[in-house]
Write a protein that binds this ligand. Structure first.
Ligand SMILES: Cc1cc2nc3c(=O)[nH]c(=O)nc-3n(C[C@H](O)[C@H](O)[C@H](O)COP(=O)(O)OP(=O)(O)OC[C@H]3O[C@@H](n4cnc5c(N)ncnc54)[C@H](O)[C@@H]3O)c2cc1C
Length: 394
């Protein structure tokens, strides 16, 4: 990177060091394309921020093909079964043996981020922590400019040929673009919990209960994620631990299916389920990837996977544009990625409808349909195959 007065110039400026920005940065470094990543948080913060865990086979393949899977190979666990519990009983869906016969790999997102930061720096990458991008100027021009501010309030300016907007759902890139968007606010809130406890079963468990969804997602031998549907503005964040465990046990049918393995709740936050689709994923020289490009609820574990996929596509397109002055892949980026985003959104939406108690005027009728869906998923081979394929697909 060159210093041009007080403005730093690079080929690709990446906003955000989440999975999208870090995969993009690593692939650009490997292709010898100059880039800088700006991240508003500290390194310690992003390396501890627990979020996703389930990686689809295609994400794992991208990481493997680009030499980013050492940690994943050492610490990732293969998962291929999910379980549904409802008033009708419980059934397992061994998706690794249905559909395309592929499992997930469970690897906590903070571990992946830690690996990707280390590898980016090892590849000689320029990563600026605690630098918040505040404004994007001239995104339709030849050399867009980003104004950023550090923790001491000093201003920094970066000029680039292209900007990778990978700064998440509430980042600057999403706020800047004026493209068309559709939104669904689901009016469903989850209390997202991390427990210092081994998973109760080695499978994902989806509890469909009239009082609200409850779920268990294994993360590691010592840590388990639980979700508990709760009132959007209620006091669930302040619930005592015994109350949380009692509610999880009730909605997951612990009396019939066995007690939960309890432990200290080490993290809790509220997740408001929301989807947003932007089209196109680009405006001028600013290209969006990951959560910046689409918001998707965690119900089907697609967000981090779409981030990896978008970053791979963007890295290839930027590389061709910067190294060979060939813009065809950049021109196609949005049209190529959108169908995959839409498919993930569609499946995620169907999971939301399957897992949560219907509300509104036709609630009782839709509850019956939900029962029919669960019955079909338990008994129909073709439905199970389709679910299995969609579950690991991105
Ligand atoms: C509780 C929970 C559970 C989830 N479970 C799953 C799962 O099992 N599977 C799955 O696939 N997905 C899951 N997700 C979604 C997944 O975590 C996200 O989709 C993923 O983090 C998206 O990656 P990203 O790089 O696009 O964005 P992010 O990870 O949000 O990274 C964006 C980065 O940009 C930085 N940033 C923001 N604004 C600026 C700025 N102005 N300047 C500089 N930097 C900025 C942020 O600090 C952040 O580090 C879950 C999410 C949550 C909240």
């Amino acid at each position: 990177m060159r210093a041009d007065g007080s403005t730093h110039t690079t080929a690709v400026l990446i906003l955000g060091a989440g999975p999208a920005g870090l995969v993009l940065g690593n692939l650009l470094r490997a292709a010898d394309v100059e880039c800088v990543i700006l991240e508003r948080r500290s390194r310690a913060h992003i390396e501890q921020r627990a979020r996703a865990g389930f990686l689809a086979p295609e994400s794992v393949a991208v990481l493997r093909e680009h030499g980013l899977d050492a940690g994943l190979r050492a610490g990732g666990q293969t998962h291929g079964i999910c379980e549904f519990r409802s008033a009708a009983g419980r059934f397992e869906l061994n998706y690794a043996e249905l559909g395309r016969g592929e499992p997930h790999t469970v690897y906590p997102q903070q571990n992946l981020v830690t690996d990707l930061v280390a590898e980016f720096l090892r590849r000689g990458g320029d990563l600026r922590f605690e630098l918040t991008a505040e404004q994007i100027h001239d995104r339709f021009g030849d050399r867009p400019l980003v104004q950023a501010r550090d923790a001491e309030g000093r201003e920094h300016r970066f000029a680039a040929r292209y900007i990778g907007g990978c700064d998440g759902a509430r980042g600057l890139a999403r706020r800047t673009v004026t493209v068309a968007r559709t939104v669904n606010e689901y009016d469903i809130t989850w209390l997202a919990l991390l427990a210092q406890a081994p998973p109760t079963t080695s499978t994902v468990v989806y509890g469909v209960h009239p009082d609200g969804f409850a779920g268990q997602m294994p993360r590691s031998a010592e840590i388990t994620r639980y979700y508990l549907q709760c009132a959007p503005h209620g006091d669930a964040l302040n619930w005592e631990e015994p109350r949380i465990w009692a509610e999880l046990a009730r909605r997951l049918g612990a009396d019939r299916h066995g007690p939960l393995r309890e432990g200290a709740i080490i993290e809790r936050s509220l997740v408001h389920l929301r989807s947003e689709i932007l089209d196109p994923l680009q405006e001028g020289k600013l290209f969006l990837a990951g959560d910046a490009a689409t918001s998707i609820s965690p119900s089907a574990a697609k967000g981090a996977n779409l981030a990896v996929l978008g970053a791979r596509a963007l890295a290839e397109a930027f590389t061709r544009a910067v190294r060979h002055y060939d813009h065809t892949a950049l021109d196609r980026y949005s049209a190529d990625l959108l169908p995959r985003i839409l498919r993930a959104q569609q499946f995620s939406n169907s999971m939301i409808e399957l897992l949560h108690p219907p509300t509104g005027p036709a609630a009782a009728f839709r509850r019956d349909l939900q029962r029919a869906q669960l019955h079909s998923l338990a008994t129909s081979r073709s439905h199970r195959d389709f679910f299995a394929e969609s579950y690991v697909d991105i």
